[in-house]
Ligand binder design. Structure first.
Ligand code: GLV
Ligand code: GLV
Length: 373
């Protein structure tokens, strides 16, 4: 291959590798056992010549790495994630490196995990499973693991972008929940969907669902029974959920976070869980992954899973493919993947010039001569 593309991790599927190999790239995949690579580890992977890197959300892509990549002749970096709080886009701009992310392909998968956590929390599925396995079940009882009925309750969505809107649709249509959402932008498609669904229910003689776009986040916190967080993480959303916002929520509310850990003040959350046994959370992300704040793992009213919201086979293969296309597109000057859901292929405006892109979409899967570092 004429171009050297490095992936800091092995990624699912083979399509992403073939796309690169077929287009003059030599693909090198880091096979180091260590889960989280340091900046120094990645500098070593970049080496003297590197045209592009596919990296992960656990890595700190700042000034140091972009200058190293640029010195090695690199033009492109793609995060294998939709979130890019681990990437300093200004630093990438400064060194002339295009930055890509992988939106669209993970929308439904991530929303489905948020829905799963909402249901698991509402119906206390994890606690009940532990109870069963511990041999504590000695017969049916009217009070055993009584939880919440979602139907007719209000789902609160904070951040109604692609994922937040998909989650809202699932909870509304699946469980006939009313909606209250907070976002800086109006979500017209979501509003149209709820309105139409409400009319459908009415036409069938059922109670229609209601919806409202809240003027403040506090309205959502006060009114919703289940609240799911879907904002991006930046300075404005750091500790968006803190001691005060928790105190604003209903005592028996359910909070779900599949966005980024630091959106929630986890120490305040543990304190809140301790004092409000009927308050429940489902967490996919944590403030300082892979760690949990002290006390969280002891809380029966918390369900915790290890950042797996985008972890379906289809999605992870799609994310790897998009990340490869981001890097390839920039290296070869191809137009970017034209998925209409994918509105920010290059975050810093370094969109490659339009040109024909011969075999990207229908690349066949070959057996893989992958070189290893
Ligand atoms: C995963 O967390 C992502 O941002 O894609
Ligand atoms: C996230 O921002 C998404 O909706 O893909």
């Amino acid at each position: 291959g004429k171009y050297r593309v490095v992936s800091t991790k092995s990624m699912p599927g083979t399509r992403w590798i073939n796309l690169l190999i077929e287009q003059d790239c030599r693909v090198e995949i880091c096979t180091q056992k260590k889960t989280i690579l340091s900046v120094e580890d990645i500098i070593a992977l970049i080496g003297d010549k590197c045209d592009g890197v596919i990296g992960q959300l656990t890595e700190d892509w700042g000034e140091t790495l972009f200058s190293a990549l640029s010195r090695a002749g690199g033009k492109a970096f793609s995060n294998m994630a939709v979130g890019y709080n681990n990437v300093d886009v200004n630093a990438a701009n400064k060194y002339g490196v295009a930055v890509g992310n992988t939106p669209g392909v993970l929308t439904e998968t991530t929303a489905e995990l948020a829905a799963s956590l909402s249901l698991a929390a509402a119906r206390r599925i994890v606690e009940a499973d532990e109870f069963m396995r511990a041999g504590l079940y000695d017969g049916w009882l009217p009070h055993l693991f009584v939880g919440n009925l979602l139907k007719g309750q209000t789902v609160g969505v904070i951040g109604a972008g692609r994922i937040g809107s998909a989650y809202a649709r699932m909870m509304i249509e699946g469980f006939k929940m009313n909606l209250i959402y907070y976002d800086l932008y109006q979500s017209t498609r979501l509003e149209k969907f709820v309105t139409a669904y409400g009319e459908f229910l009415k036409a069938n003689g059922e109670q229609p669902v209601t919806w409202r776009r809240a003027a403040t986040m506090d309205e959502v916190l006060r009114e919703a029974d289940v609240i799911s967080l879907h904002p991006i993480l930046d300075k404005t959303t750091y500790h968006l959920i803190n001691k005060d916002s928790l105190a604003t929520m209903k005592k028996e509310a359910i909070l779900v976070n599949c966005s980024r850990g630091p959106v929630v003040d986890e120490v305040a959350l543990v304190e809140h869980l301790k004092h409000n046994p009927m308050f429940r959370v489902g967490l996919d992300v944590f403030e300082e992954e892979p760690y949990m704040k002290p006390g969280l793992s002891d809380m029966k009213n918390a369900i915790v899973v290890p950042h797996i919201a985008s972890a379906s086979k289809w999605t992870r293969e799609g994310m790897a493919t998009l990340a490869a296309l981001n890097v390839l597109g920039k290296i070869k000057g191809y137009p970017v993947w034209s998925d209409p859901n994918r509105v920010e292929p290059f975050l810093n405006g370094n969109v490659p010039p339009p040109a024909a892109c011969p075999s990207i979409v229908n690349a066949k899967v070959l057996s893989l001569p992958v070189s290893k570092l």
